[in-house]
Design a protein around this ligand. Structure first.
Ligand code: NAD
Length: 491
């Protein structure tokens, strides 16, 4: 049973099913009875019922329950890592060392942050009134998540929302729902009341769209592609609900001629191949000074060829398959089309031999793609890096910004002024200098331009999940107040 509504598991009632496949073998792990729009109604009703009492818990009470949840997750960390690895094709090393501990750290961060939520101090901004600011939860939050980091995305969506006193209905991606369900169970085990967090596993067309347009949902928080983000935003107009969108990316990776080339090459390989390149912040467009581009390309190609593709359960595996066969085929088709106008230096092929049964795709390095070409402009969301030369700093910054996206970027230089200029002028939600990928719970994550708006992680995310209320007390005790002159003429 793959729905979690009002504190217990049940089956979806759409009459349609979704097979959850291990993409490293093609084997089925589970079959999900998908949620219908009626199941979404049930989950929203449970979240609405739970909201009153949950929103009145003290920050300290919520914090204690969240800390206990982190403990339960730690007790189940091996199971979580294995499930995450199998349902997405993640190398077990990545799931064990990155996804699961990163998720638990995020839960612990929000357990602490719950206690520093505050409104502004009270004051007299009018001589006859005392004003104060109350920071309040919004109500029921609908969350929609993608398949690339299912556990982390569920945590990023759920914990700032409930730490602030909201209740949640989360729809994970239908092909990777299993760890979000364990997370919901952990919340119940920890003592979080039924209905505070509900999971509906349905497809985007029915359950996702139903959640986005639901008139009893106060906010929709969406992470996924820019195209679907647009339709979620449109659906949210049904009741003018608040919208938070974390969308696609096409991160530039700018290497200046003074950069430490070894660091840049290693950074490009790790930054482009993490999670098989299925990372919205992954390095996708290397923009490299013309004087060092040949050495950069040779270095990346050599390291790409040394990356071990292999079964997800093996510790020696560096990169697993892509998350689904359909997605692998989409990545492969984009690379095939690129052969017509660019050079594939290495990769550009699916896994062979004992990898042929899985959705594997080799790390792929592309040079010579024009800046108006598909492979350069569109999100591939796979292990594919393009390399483009630049002549001077102005051109580097212009190329970095020549994209509809603005999620993440990096600049590689040992020149302080170049580094500072890049952080100031590259338009993105995050700019790293001499690194690419690291994130931490205390710092915000989110984009600009068509990468969306609003922040995940950090206390900045409370701006999304709360509203502020102005409270104004009359101090004068006058039945006839001075400003009434605007209505009652007093001559
Ligand atoms: P997607 O947009 O296809 O799906 C995301 C979610 O939306 C899924 O749960 C899906 O079922 C649901 N959905 C699909 N159609 C819907 C509809 N009409 N109404 C409501 N919900 C609908 O994205 P994906 O392929 O799962 O994930 C990859 C995308 O996510 C990439 O573009 C990637 O950049 C983006 N992403 C962004 C971030 C970020 O933080 N900015 C993080 C991870 C992934």
């Amino acid at each position: 049973m793959h729905q979690y509504i009002d504190g217990s598991r049940r089956d979806g009632t759409s009459g349609r099913t979704q097979r959850v496949i291990d993409p490293s073998t093609g084997e089925e792990i589970a079959t999900v009875a998908l949620a219908s729009a009626e199941d979404v109604d049930l989950a929203v009703a449970a979240a609405r019922r739970a909201f009153g009492a949950w929103s009145r818990t003290t920050p300290a009470e919520r914090s204690a329950l969240l800390l206990r949840t982190a403990e339960v997750l730690r007790e189940r960390q091996d199971e979580l890592a294995e499930l995450e690895s199998r349902q997405c094709g993640k190398p077990i090393r990545l799931a064990r060392e990155f996804d699961v501990p990163g998720s638990i750290d995020n839960v612990e961060f929000f357990a602490g942050a719950a206690r520093i939520l505050e409104g502004k101090a009270t004051g007299e901004y009018s001589p006859t009134h005392t004003s104060s600011i109350r920071r309040e939860p919004l109500g029921v939050v609908g969350s929609i998540a993608p398949w690339n980091y299912p556990l982390q995305m569920a945590v990023w969506k759920i914990f700032p929302a409930i730490a602030a006193g909201n209740t949640v209905v989360l729809k994970p991606a239908e092909i990777t729902p299993l760890t979000a369900l364990v997370l919901a169970e952990a919340l119940t085990t920890a003592g979080v009341p039924d209905g505070v967090v509900n999971i509906v596993v349905g497809d985007g067309r029915e359950a996702g769209a139903a959640l986005a347009r639901h008139t009893d949902v106060d906010m929709i928080s969406f992470t996924g592609s820019t195209a679907v983000g647009r339709s979620v935003m449109e659906a949210a107009t049904s009741n003018a609900k608040r919208v938070h969108l974390e969308l696609g990316g096409k991160a530039p990776f700018v290497v200046f001629d003074d950069a430490d080339l070894e660091a840049a090459v290693h950074g490009a390989v790790a930054g482009s191949l993490i999670n098989g390149g299925q990372d919205c912040t992954a390095a996708t467009r290397a923009i490299v000074h013309e004087s060092i581009i040949d050495r950069f390309v040779a270095g990346v190609a050599e390291l790409y060829e040394s990356v071990t593709l292999g079964p997800t359960a093996e510790d020696a595996t560096d990169m697993g398959p892509l998350s689904s066969f359909a997605h692998r085929d989409k990545v492969a088709a984009m690379v095939e089309r690129a052969r017509g106008y660019a050079t594939i230096v290495t990769g550009g092929r699916a896994g062979e031999g004992n990898l042929a049964a899985g959705a594997y795709y080799h790390p792929t390095l592309v040079v010579g793609a024009g800046t108006d070409s598909e492979i350069y402009r569109d999100e591939v969301f796979g292990p594919v890096l393009t390399v483009t030369p630049f002549r001077d700093d102005d051109e580097a910054i212009a190329l970095a910004n020549d994209t509809p996206y603005g999620l993440a970027a990096s600049a590689w230089t040992n020149d302080l002024h170049r580094g500072l200029r890049a952080t100031r002028e590259i338009v993105a939600g995050c700019v790293w200098v001499n690194d690419h990928i690291p994130i931490i719970s205390e710092m915000p994550h989110g984009g600009v331009k068509q990468s969306g708006f609003g922040k995940d992680m950090s206390s900045y995310s409370f701006e999304e999940y709360t509203s502020i209320k102005h409270v104004m007390f009359d101090l004068s005790r006058e039945p006839r107040k001075d400003w009434h002159r605007t209505i009652f003429r007093i001559d």
